[in-house]
Design a protein around this ligand. Structure first.
Ligand code: ACO
Length: 410
């Protein structure tokens, strides 16, 4: 990068071939777990994943039971309080969430401005940051105030996503409807019409399945931020920045773009062959935890995709996705992860491709806040060590004696 001043700042880069020698000098017990794979980085009572058998539990309850009998609000209550609500508690909780859906005019104004300049995930991260900013004098330390903040953020996030979507498409804003449940209200704000029962169920189930998933990268980022005793809004902003990446929540967008690019069943095999021979990552495939048994969330989302296709009478996207999943399995022995089926399923619900990752964040915000509260409740600063692999004992060479190494121009 050339600086405006015309100066060229030249710095020495350590070339990769220094690393083996330096690593070779490490003591055997100084093992580095790249990507923290296999490291237990903390304790949690929120979510248990057994990747070997594809099992997932929230607060000890199997996801299959929750998916069959429960709903998004009930599961959020469970995640935040460790208990399933009674019917009165659930009613009061739904009312509390519904009452918090509106956002201040200033936040709409910020988002309206950003919607014309920024991609959705960036605009929404900035809007959430503004929405959640710590107010001077606000009590952020009691469990009650933290729970209130979690309700505040979880209730308002869908409003921001829907507002961004309609504003960027030049459509009239649809205000939240407090009579609708969380998931149905989101679809209502997006499309300006009440969802069909199949659509409302698909949205609710998807949000329930996506709400939480242990120490994934974005949740871990939120916990790292919370561990410094920074505020919940800062932790959620960290999580959003982390979710955006294509190796994490950003994969769904790439997966849907790939399905569109493939287009027809006869193009699946040549496309996958070409991608694999070019050593490309196929977005929506593979998972750090679910290498043996596949992603526990896929059957639910795939089933909802099927039902939405049945509602429309058009199974093309379902068949195409299935053919891609089958082919990648045959060629590379990789399972489709939740992002792969989430993308076409949301497309069938009328969510545009650039809103897939914000939608993911909208589901996950309740899980993030659950982890942030758990971190605060039993906090120790998260501060891992690192293995230094750079040069040692280098002399400081005075400025006028430096020859200059080959480095990028700044
Ligand atoms: N396409 C092609 N090859 C893959 C893929 C993929 N999607 N995923 C893993 N591999 C291969 C790697 O090339 C590597 O092969 P090699 O040993 O021959 O080099 C091997 O599988 C292991 O891969 P790692 O990157 O070491 O596995 P890791 O656990 O670090 O990565 C990840 C997991 C990032 C999810 C990876 O599978 C990936 O990049 N997937 C695509 C992105 C994606 O779908 N992300 C969403 C994850 S789910 C979620 O966040 C909700």
């Amino acid at each position: 990068m050339e600086m405006k001043t015309g100066f060229k700042l030249e710095t020495m880069l350590v070339s990769d071939n220094h690393l083996p020698t330096l690593l070779g000098e490490c003591l055997p017990e100084q093992r580095v777990y790249e990507g923290l794979e296999g490291v237990l980085a903390g304790r949690t009572a929120i979510c248990d994943i057994d990747g070997d058998v594809g099992a997932l539990q929230f607060r000890g309850i199997d996801i299959r039971e929750l998916a069959e009998h429960s709903n998004y609000e009930e599961v959020v209550y469970l995640l935040w309080t460790n208990e399933l609500p009674t019917s009165n508690q659930l009613w009061a909780f739904k009312a509390a969430l519904a009452a918090e859906r509106e956002v201040d005019a200033g936040i709409y104004e910020i988002l309206r401005f950003l919607s014309h300049y920024m991609k959705p995930m960036d605009a929404l991260r900035t809007a959430v940051s503004a929405l959640a900013s710590d107010n001077p004098g606000e009590d952020n330390t009691s469990p009650e105030s933290r729970l209130a903040k979690a309700i505040y953020l979880t209730a308002k996030f869908p409003t921001l996503v829907a507002y961004y979507c309609r504003e960027s498409q030049g459509k009239m804003w649809v205000r939240p409807d407090p009579k609708l449940d969380h998931a149905a209200n989101f679809l209502y704000m997006m499309h300006g019409r009440r969802p069909t029962p199949v659509e409302a169920r698909a949205m609710d189930l998807t949000m329930l399945v996506m709400v939480e998933h242990g120490f994934n990268a974005s949740t871990f980022a939120a916990r790292v931020t919370a561990s410094t005793l920074s505020d919940m809004g800062a932790a959620i902003t960290s999580a959003m920045g982390t979710l955006k990446g294509p190796l994490h929540g950003g994969a769904n967008q790439g997966a849907l773009e790939m399905l569109f690019e493939i287009g027809t069943l006869d193009r699946v095999e040549p496309y996958i062959d070409a991608a694999l021979s070019a050593k490309q990552r196929i977005l929506g495939f593979g998972h750090r935890i679910y290498r043996k048994a596949g992603d526990s969330r896929v059957p639910f989302i795939k089933n909802m995709l099927y039902q939405l296709c049945a509602q429309s009478g058009d199974f093309h996207l379902y068949e195409l996705a299935d053919a891609v999943a089958q082919t990648v399995w045959e060629k590379k022995r990789l399972f489709a992860n939740v992002d792969f089926y989430l993308a076409p399923m949301l497309h069938m619900l009328g969510i545009s491709v650039d809103l897939l990752t914000p939608f993911f964040a909208m589901c996950r915000i309740a899980g993030w806040t659950a982890h942030v509260m758990e971190q605060y409740a039993n906090n120790r600063l998260i501060r891992p060590g690192s293995l230094y692999v750079g040069p040692v004992g280098r002399p400081y060479i005075p400025l006028d004696q430096r020859e200059g190494a080959i480095v990028p121009n700044f």
